[in-house]
Ligand binder design. Structure first.
Ligand SMILES: Cc1ncc(COP(=O)(O)O)c(C=O)c1O
Length: 372
């Protein structure tokens, strides 16, 4: 295997336990985007029999079907929009679906009637993200339709627009106020109220309601620097989140290169000295961002080594002049920790001008995943 992903089961369980302890609520584990690039199959394999997770959240019917093929017990909510054919499959399979508009409400009802099944729905309230969602007055109007012969209302939820990017909670508080206002029209009891993602679960107990939807931090990452800073300011309890994923590759070739030679496409790097270069068989097709060309590092024998030249489609080059005894086939780490050194998704995200979510979620699903 020239490259693979290792998933640390103990770290995943540790992170989920942190959230159970903080929130003491039901946990909806957000496993969309191939479990944030970790590998949906393997993440479900780890979690399926554990009571720690109550619900799964995915984006699409295909992800829900994949989970269903591995476990039947825990309910699955599809957060993303679905067309008629997909919605039919969702209802036929007993999955729970978002209703973000009057159209989708009508369509769910029509399909449920046609196929003689009940549709299990969560109303999505628009509180300020201007993404999928029903304005408050529409939600209160729809709530008058229940009980309904075709639709079972399982939940009502919303999503924060500005919780990770700031240390100022003003906008989040405004969203919360809209949500709380609408909740006054929701009958107490079985309908699940949920709003909180990782950041709000770390910071604001008032957002917990009945269930929290945890994505990025279950995989061992702080949602942002701002969230981390605000947490440290607000809380006396120390939290350690442990990254679940390590990205491993093997040394494909070793070269001695003369001073003044160019490396890679576009000759974008020129050597200042005679150097030893390795070829790593991973590229942007694998999900390693081309913007990391010439700026990122990997770990070779636990020592940081810089990428030289552009990231190619399936490989890149690294200067290992300072690392002893490197051989073809040696294990290198693209993400992960070794000998007290680490390559963290947050650092790659900063270098590539993006967020840790994207660095992880773009890892090619075809790369083999191993649970360790
Ligand atoms: C609707 C919804 N809820 C929860 C989450 C989880 O957010 P996080 O990964 O920040 O915990 C997401 C992630 O994008 C989401 O779209």
């Amino acid at each position: 295997m020239k490259t693979h992903i290792e998933l640390n089961k103990a770290n995943l369980l540790h992170n989920l336990k942190v959230f159970k302890e903080i929130t003491r609520r039901k946990i909806m584990f957000v496993v969309k985007a191939n479990a944030y690039g970790h590998g949906l199959n393997e993440i479900i394999e780890i979690i399926k029999d554990l009571p720690l997770v109550d619900y799964y959240a995915v984006d699409s019917i295909s992800e829900a079907m994949l989970i269903k093929s591995r476990q039947q017990q825990k309910p699955i909510l599809i957060l993303g929009w679905s067309d008629r054919a997909e919605l039919t499959e969702i209802i036929a399979n007993g999955f729970e679906t978002v209703v973000p508009s009057n159209d989708q409400f009508k369509l769910s009802k029509e399909i449920a009637k046609k196929i003689n099944r009940k549709a299990f729905i969560h109303l999505k309230l628009e509180t300020g993200t201007q993404r999928l969602g029903l304005e408050p007055e529409k939600v209160t109007r729809l709530l008058r339709n229940f009980p309904d012969p075709q639709l079972e209302l399982r939940g009502i939820y919303s999503h924060f627009a500005n919780i990770e990017d700031t240390t100022d909670p003003t906008f989040a508080q405004q969203q919360l106020a809209i949500y709380n206002q609408v909740l006054k029209h929701v009958p107490a009891g079985r309908i699940l109220r949920h709003f909180s993602s990782s950041a709000s679960s770390l910071l604001f107990p008032k957002t917990f309601f009945d269930m929290v939807r945890i994505g990025i931090s279950a995989y061992g990452y702080w949602p942002s620097k701002q969230t981390h800073a605000l947490y440290l300011e607000k809380s006396s309890k120390k939290i350690i989140l442990k990254p679940v994923l390590s990205w491993v590759a093997k040394v494909a070739q070793i070269k001695q290169i003369k001073k003044g030679s160019a490396i890679g496409y576009g000759l974008s790097y020129r050597t200042y000295n005679n150097v030893k270069i390795i070829v790593v068989p991973v590229g942007y097709y694998d999900g390693y961002d081309r913007k990391l060309s010439n700026i990122a590092q990997i770990l070779v024998h636990g020592v940081k080594a810089p990428i030289r030249g552009r990231i190619c489609m399936d490989m890149f080059m690294v200067d290992v002049t300072h690392v002893k005894n490197v051989k073809i086939g040696d294990r290198v780490l693209i993400l992960g920790e070794e000998n007290g050194e680490k390559i963290h998704a947050d650092v790659l995200a900063e270098l590539a001008g993006t967020i840790n979510y994207e660095i992880l979620a773009r890892i090619n699903p075809l790369i083999p995943r191993i649970i360790v």
